[in-house]
Design a protein around this ligand. Structure first.
Ligand code: TXA
Ligand code: MG
Length: 363
């Protein structure tokens, strides 16, 4: 799947394979040097690939927005190399924040905290808070520590596209736009970090991820939830980036939510409908028992019900359908309706159909 132009070296964008257990010093040194010089490079994290620049250097940060075509009011996460460095960039760090960091760093958790003055507005979009994270990836940590600066990094996709989980995905989106991609293999988690706003009391969940609300509440007690449900138009999210349509493949994604039998019959009905319109169809399934009778030219990817595997492969699968020039993706809902996978699917969807369980499909 989608590993087309791997290790090709271009005049503009160089891809360097790095050992993820024991990163080669020379590779890390040259990447760190590029960062210190104000360059933009892509690097692996445990969640997805990031597009990094020196987080204290405004002109470098602006290059990230340009490469991604990212709206300027959508702030970036600052990646740090040590837990204690939170004090360098945040003020009034609460006891709850410290507990979260102790429990989950390094790892796929981002905390939003009050920022210190030295952080440029280009990172925070002018907010008085900053999002901080210490990634659980040896290459990422080596890069941050060696460069000696915090790395501002959004996911390394073109804005609005699914986040990249391999260097090949980054290459497809960023070819010719950035100097270097560090290839550390497939991202282990596959979904972006959980974001918790810790600048308010009680803290607020802004984006779900591998670390669940329940895990967080076990550490700091009850938090609020500001995750945009069902892409409601009336909900004004507190995290600036979450108001945009996200993670979207080029294909039109139709998400069918319900109990398994209704999902299956609704997808079959949609399959018949779009077949007559001569659309190329891809089905994204999760239920192992669901068989669809496909014709030549129609595609099926079944990711199964393991949250680990489905998370890891979700964005890759959306990109695979695009590479296969699919027009319509018919997606089953993931069995756990409040899992981060469902949050990403709802945001990628052009349309959500709530299939009626009792009376069959509402078509
Ligand atoms: O796993 C991840 O978090 C990956 C890897 C590369 O670390 N990064 C990532 O970054 O997903 P990005 O830019 O794609 O998503 C960051 C989100 C955006 O929705 C942004 O609006 C939100 O974090 N954010 C950043 N600073 C914020 C702040 N001060 N207050 C509220 N939300 C903030
Ligand atoms: Mg992103």
């Amino acid at each position: 799947m989608g590993n087309q132009k791997r290790h090709e070296i271009d005049r503009n964008t160089q891809v360097i394979r790095v050992n993820k257990m024991n990163p080669e010093r020379t590779h890390i040194e040259s990447a760190a040097q590029l960062l210190r010089k104000g360059g933009v490079i892509a690097f692996p994290t445990e969640t997805v690939y990031g597009l990094g620049a020196n987080g204290l250097h405004e002109p470098a940060i602006k290059k990230i927005y340009l490469a991604k075509k990212r709206p300027h009011d959508n702030p970036l996460i600052l990646h740090i190399g040590y837990k204690k460095d939170i004090e360098l960039y945040a003020r009034d760090v609460s006891a709850a924040t410290k507990k979260l960091i102790r429990a989950f760093w390094p790892g796929p958790l981002t905390v939003v905290v009050k920022k210190r003055k030295k952080i440029p507005d280009a990172v925070t979009g002018g907010l008085d808070t900053v999002a901080l994270r210490m990634p659980d990836n040896i290459i990422a940590l080596a890069l941050i520590r060696t460069s000696g600066v915090p790395i501002a990094a959004p996911s390394a996709n073109v804005s609005g596209k699914p986040s990249p989980t391999t260097a090949a995905h980054v290459y497809n989106d960023m070819y010719g736009k950035i100097e270097l991609i560090l290839d550390g293999g497939r991202a282990d988690v596959g979904l972006e970090s959980t974001i918790v706003d810790c600048s308010v009391d009680p803290p607020v969940l802004l984006r779900p991820g591998k670390i669940t609300r329940r895990q967080i509440e076990q550490v700091i007690g009850v938090i609020e939830n500001d995750v945009m449900k069902n892409g409601s138009l009336f909900h004004k999210p507190k995290s600036p980036g979450l108001k945009y349509r996200h993670y979207a493949p080029d294909a039109r994604l139709i998400l069918v939510e319900s109990e398994p039998p209704a999902i299956k019959s609704t997808i079959n009905a949609l399959l018949r409908q779009y077949r007559t319109q001569k659309k190329r169809i891809g089905i994204l399934a999760f239920f192992p028992g669901h068989k669809y009778h496909l014709r030549k030219n129609e595609l099926l990817v079944n990711l199964g019900m393991s949250t680990y595997r489905a998370s890891r492969k979700l964005f890759e699968t959306l990109r695979y359908f695009d590479a296969q020039k699919v027009d319509i993706i018919l997606a089953e809902s993931f069995p756990l309706s409040d899992h981060a996978i469902m949050n990403r699917l709802r945001k990628a969807a052009s349309e959500i159909i709530i299939a009626n369980n009792k009376d069959g499909p509402l078509l």
